[in-house]
Structures are given as C-alpha cells and as structure tokens.
Design a protein. Structure first.
Lengths: 318, 387
C-alpha cells in the first residue's frame, strides 16, 4: 500500500514537472522534441525545408516555425505536431516576433530588407516595412508598444511603432547586430553585436544606449567571441548571452551589468530559451548538434542532449 | 509632413541616428575604375568568360550602402569608368579621376595599378586595389593604397596551414610558364619554409604544342618517379592545372591554383550569413558572386561603414577611420575584417575550397598569433620593413 502511494506521488510529481522542448534542425529539415526533465530526445518529425525561427503561441497551443526554404511560417499543433496552417511570411523567413496578445507576427525578410507584418488570425500579410540590409533579430516589447528589428549589415536597430506600424527611430549599434530582447517590464532592451563581441543595453523610454559591454573570455581571442542569442529572466536579475564559437553562455547581472560567469556549453551556441518556470535555460549548439541544459539556481550546465544536425531555434512548453 | 532633422546623439561607443532631411543628404561618390578585357584562352567552355567581374559586386555594395543611407541621410553614387581595350589607363585616370574624386575602386592589373598610384595624390584620392594579389605591391610601405584581395603569400600560407594539419608535408611543385605562375610558386616556397614543409620535387610545365601529346599520356610521365604527399600547381590562368587531377602516376590530390584553392570568396561558401549575400547577388545579377565581385563589394562597403560611423563624406574622416582599430568590417566570414596599417592589406579569413565543397577556413585552428590569428596569413609586420 505504501508502495502504491509512493508510486502515485511520484507520478504526480512527474506530471507536474512535465515540459516539452522543441528544437528546429536547420540541416535535417526537422523538429526535435525533447523531454528536458529526463534529458532525452523523444522524437524527431519532418517539418519543412530549412527550419529556423520558432515560437509558441501565448496559449501554448501552436508552434510557429519559419521554414526558410519553403518561404513560409508553418503553424504546427504543439500536441499532435501536425501542420494546421501556413502564414504568408514573404521570402526566406528566419526570425520573427509575436505580439504579446498573439494577434500580430513580425517577420524579418533578410533578402528583401523588410519586415512583413502578419495578422495571425486572418493569416494575411497586412504590411511590409522597409528596414536596413539583412534584418535578422526582432523582438516585441511585452507591453505591446514596440517592435525592434535589427539589420545585420546596416548595423541598426529600427524602432517600429506598433500603432502606426512605421519606423519612428533608428539606433546605430556595433557591427552585425544579431538578436535582441526586452526586459519583462519593457523598460530596457538588450542587443548583441556579433562582429564587435558586444552587448548594448538601451533605455526603451528614451531609446538611448545606456551601456555597452565588451564580452571578453579569458583565453579566447576576441574575434571568436560572437554574441548571438540573448535572454533576460522575468525578475530582471540575470541576463544570458550565447557567445557563438566561443562555446559559452555569459551570465550577466541585470542590475549591475557585470559579467559574473561564463558557462561552457556546446559548439557554436546560437539561441536560448527559458523553461516556463525559468528554472532552466536551453541552448542550441549549431556545430556540436546538441542542446545544453543549464540549471539556473546553481548556474551550472547539467546535461547536453544530442538532437540532430544544426539545431537552430528552441522553445519550451509547460 | 514628418518633421525631420539631423541630430547626432553620441552615447557610449555608438551613435543614435535620426532620419535626415532628404534634401540635405551627404553625397558620397565612388569611382569603379577598370579596363575592358578580351576573353583569355580557356581549357573548356564550362565556365563562360565573365565581362563584368567586379562591377556587379560594386553595384550591390552601393545598393546596400544606400539602404543604410536612407536612415543616416547619406547617398552613395557609383561612377563607372571603364577604359576601352585600346585605351590608356594612366591617361584616363589623369583626365577623369585625379583630383576629382575621393574614393576609387581600381580593378586593374599590377602594371596599370602602379601607373595610377604614381599619378595619384594620396591626400586627394584613396585607391582601393581590388585587382591584384601581388606581394611586391604590398611591400610598398604605408597605406596610400588599400589592397582588398588576399596576396599570394596569404593564399599560400592558408594552404600550408591546412596541409600541415593534414601532415601532407612532402610537396611536389609544378609551375607554369607565366610570370604570375612563378610568383605563385615563390609564395608556395616561402610558405613551405615558414611552416617547415619539404618540397621534394619541382618541375616546370612547358607548353609544347604537339598534338600527339595528350594530358592522359603526359601527366603520368611528368609526375613519375617522385614520392610525395601532394601536388601543388601554380597555373593562375588555368591553362593546364585542371589536367593534373586523376592523371598523376601515383594517386595524390592536387592543390594550389586548381583542385583545392585558397580564395577570399567562393560559391561553396554558406556560413556566417554568406548564403544571404550569395542569394541576393544571384537573384539580382543572374550569376554567382566571383572573387572580384567580393573585392569590389568589400571596398565599397568599407567606405559605407566608415561614412556611417563617422557621419562624414570626407576623405579626411573616412580614411583615418578605415585605418583605425575601430573598423570591424563585416565580410560574411565569421570574423571582423580590418586593414593592416603597415601596408594597407585587408586582413581576412581565406576559404579553402574544392570546386563543389568548402573544405576549411584559414587561419586553421591552432595557428596562433599574439594579436590576431588573421595575421598568421601572409607577411606579418615584423617580416616587412614597414613601420
């Protein structure tokens, strides 16, 4: 009897912790599904040509996956993993941002130097906004006020007003801006510059740069430190920056902007995602073909899980 | 009507740029200077002769600069000056360019380039050399000319690093008849010495025009009797190098000017965003981006990057920026590019490419340098007389 109770309790605990991590595999044209608690790849499903950017709808029901060589963003049922629709993303979609209410999607069209705005409900493109050369990173502020598009070759952040869907300001940043993220209170923006090896922090109110951090790893030459993905926790305590071929994630104090630690992960670490409870951080490692799982309480890498060729984007669902 | 004003908010290391007034745009005119070419003799019709190598790269760079310029209030113009086949390059330079333009992208052979360097006033015009790979040109100290393409020494070092990594240390060097082939062979010999390689045999390929001799019968005999790891060919024009692979006496790969080559750009290159520019180029121009296109592209993008950062169209602002350690030019090769201030050579990774596969990118892992590993390729400052 005692045993049965134990088993039941254990089951309940496991169920409560259940979580699914989805990883796009750029070279395998597939989506990897990972159980992060067990640290296991559970399945791999074909998803379309050259899948890269991935996001989940605010209600956790649908995955949005940019299948770049299919020139579309696919809507995938997060449970059945069946395709339920497609969004007219424009050519070669790579990264995109979803508005906090899930109604609008903003897609970077790298080859056309523009951002396509999509009405998700209607599955219709409603506007094209001209930005700089090779727009890549894009983020929507949690308060719904801004969408910022970063153009890699123009080296600018373009501030798109979500009311007028027009650019109202441009900020020149260090060479090859890659990714950006707002703090949960929408007050600050963190943007990485791959070629300069820097992280720029902006005040979203004044749209001014307030801090520029040169990321330096002891024993690694400057030109290998190429910051890409960036994530900040919801309490605004820690920010994390993936450093590409430096194979590390920088842990940055979000109050003092001091770099506190570098965590060694897989090769060419690209993108980052929190677990829904923000107890873990997942990293995609493009060259070593795995994801790393970081425990955020201890700031330690606890596991790496092989997923397939060129893991690119990652998102977690409770 | 949107009220627009040009304001510069300098904070930290970067600038905040507001949309500038259309009628007050800073104009930056860049000359693309070259001479028409006649199709050289070729081994086969596989690769058609491309007339506008370089020119289309310049066009794409101007477009990219202008996409950025719409946000910085700068307008870039490309002025193409193409000397006819029987024209005089130095004369055209003196008549049309000298004293009139600040930035000239010169896609010219060494002799012609030297003539315009001699005629040029460096304080008036900055010349970007996108046509030569000559090391002697780069031994002229100072940075009155910026050399975009990697020199022969850089290419040879890139190959040597890879061959050393593979432990293919016994080299058989085959050199063609032209002066350029001899310069390439000299660069290979320099690299062999630098990296401790052993040139076990060296032969000249002399072109005899006897129809009874074919590649099939010629090459085995030519390569017989030597034990070596790798055949290195110096044939810049491509007159015989392609005949060597698969026809040698013992089975050995071919590298150099054919087979595995070291180049600053190649169609097999897709990493670090390269696939984006490859696609953009192909879609707009209808052919692959060639190395000469990449050279012209980078030269004009360098001007654009400096003009954006300095918010100036003036040579006096742009040239010092280009030669400073602030320049981190994005070249789709995973590392920031900059100029060697002692001789004006652009430091950059080199692609080691087979015809349909990118084999490696130099500097190869493990070749270290106190400043930047990119300076393990070609003549480093201590090896020159330059300060």
């Amino acid at each position: 009897m005692k045993n049965i109770l134990w088993t039941l309790a254990l089951c309940a605990a496991v169920t409560a912790q259940a979580e699914t991590v989805y990883v796009t595999l750029e070279k395998d044209n597939a989506l990897a599904v990972v159980d992060p608690i067990a640290g296991k790849l559970t399945k791999t499903v074909p998803v379309g040509q050259r899948p890269r950017g991935i996001a989940i709808s605010p209600d956790n029901k649908f995955l949005y996956i940019a299948t770049s060589d299919d020139d579309t963003i696919k809507i995938i049922d997060a449970e059945t993993l069946e395709e339920v629709g497609r969004l007219p993303s424009g050519e070669d979609p790579e990264t995109f941002a979803v508005s906090p209410d899930g109604s609008l999607m903003f897609v970077s069209n790298e080859d056309d130097s523009q951002v396509t705005v999509i009405d998700v409900q209607e599955r219709k493109a409603i506007k094209e906004i001209k930005v700089g050369v090779e727009p890549e990173g894009i983020a929507a502020s949690p308060n719904g006020r801004w969408v910022i598009s970063a153009s890699e070759t123009t080296n600018m952040l373009h501030w798109i007003d979500t009311e007028s869907l027009a650019i109202v300001d441009n900020t020149l940043v260090d060479p090859r801006p890659r990714a950006l993220s707002f703090t949960a209170d929408s007050k600050f923006v963190w943007a990485t510059s791959e070629m300069a090896g820097t992280l720029t922090i902006l005040d979203a109110e004044t749209r001014q740069i307030i801090k520029n951090i040169k990321l330096e790893v002891p024993g690694v030459t400057f030109d290998k430190i190429q910051p890409v993905g960036v994530a900040i926790d919801k309490d605004n305590r820690w920010g994390y920056v993936a450093l590409g071929p430096a194979n590390r994630v920088a842990v940055i104090n979000a109050k003092t902007y001091e770099v506190e630690k570098f965590l060694l992960v897989g090769e060419r670490v690209w993108n980052l995602a929190f677990s829904p409870d923000q107890k873990r951080l997942y990293t995609t490692n493009g060259v070593s073909n795995d994801i790393s799982i970081i425990d955020l309480a201890s700031h330690k890498v606890t596991k790496s899980v092989g997923v397939g060729r060129y893991p690119w984007g990652v998102v977690a669902k409770p | 009507m949107i009220v627009r004003s040009l304001l510069l908010g300098i904070s930290m290391l970067s600038l905040t740029v507001f949309v500038a007034q259309a009628e007050q745009k800073q104009e930056i005119e860049i000359v693309y200077f070259t001479q028409e070419k006649i199709a050289p003799p070729a081994l086969s019709n596989l690769d058609p002769f491309i007339k506008d190598k370089g020119e289309l790269g310049a066009e794409l760079a101007i477009d990219d600069n202008n996409t950025t310029g719409q946000f910085t209030g700068q307008l870039y113009k490309l002025n193409k000056i193409i000397v006819p086949i029987d024209g005089d390059v130095a004369q055209e330079f003196n008549d049309k360019i000298a004293g009139k333009f600040s930035f000239v992208v010169a896609n010219l052979p060494v002799d012609d380039l030297l003539k315009i360097i001699d005629a040029n006033q460096p304080e008036q015009t900055l010349i970007f050399d996108t046509g030569t790979t000559d090391d002697s040109l780069r031994q002229r100290c100072g940075a009155d000319v910026l050399h975009i393409l990697p020199s022969r020494a850089m290419r040879a070092d890139a190959l040597a690093q890879y061959l050393l990594k593979k432990r293919w240390t016994k080299w058989f060097l085959v050199t063609g008849a032209s002066d350029e082939d001899k310069l390439f062979a000299a660069a290979i010999k320099r690299s062999a010495k630098r990296f401790g390689m052993n040139i076990v045999a060296e032969k000249a390929w002399d072109h005899t025009y006897d129809a009874r001799r074919t590649a099939q019968s010629d090459v085995p005999v030519f390569t017989q009797g030597v034990d070596y790891d790798i055949l290195i060919v110096a044939d810049e024009q491509g007159l015989f190098g392609e005949y060597l692979d698969y026809r040698t006496w013992i089975p050995r790969p071919v590298v150099g000017t054919q087979g595995l080559i070291a180049t600053s750009w190649h169609r097999t290159h897709e990493q670090w965003g390269a696939v984006q520019i490859q696609n953009r180029f192909k879609e707009q121009k209808g052919r692959w981006m060639e190395e000469a296109d990449y050279g012209a592209y980078l030269a004009i993008r360098a001007v654009g990057e400096a003009a954006t950062r300095t918010q100036s169209s003036q040579l006096n602002d742009i040239k010092p920026y280009l030669l400073s350690d602030k320049l981190t030019l994005q070249g789709y090769k995973g590392r920031p590019l900059s100029f060697r201030i002692w001789n004006g050579q652009l430091r950059q990774p080199l692609l080691l490419a087979a015809p349909r596969s990118l084999v490696a990118v130099a500097p190869i892992e493990g070749f270290l340098h106190p400043k930047t590993e990119l300076d393990t390729l070609g003549y480093d400052q201590p090896e020159t007389k330059c300060k």
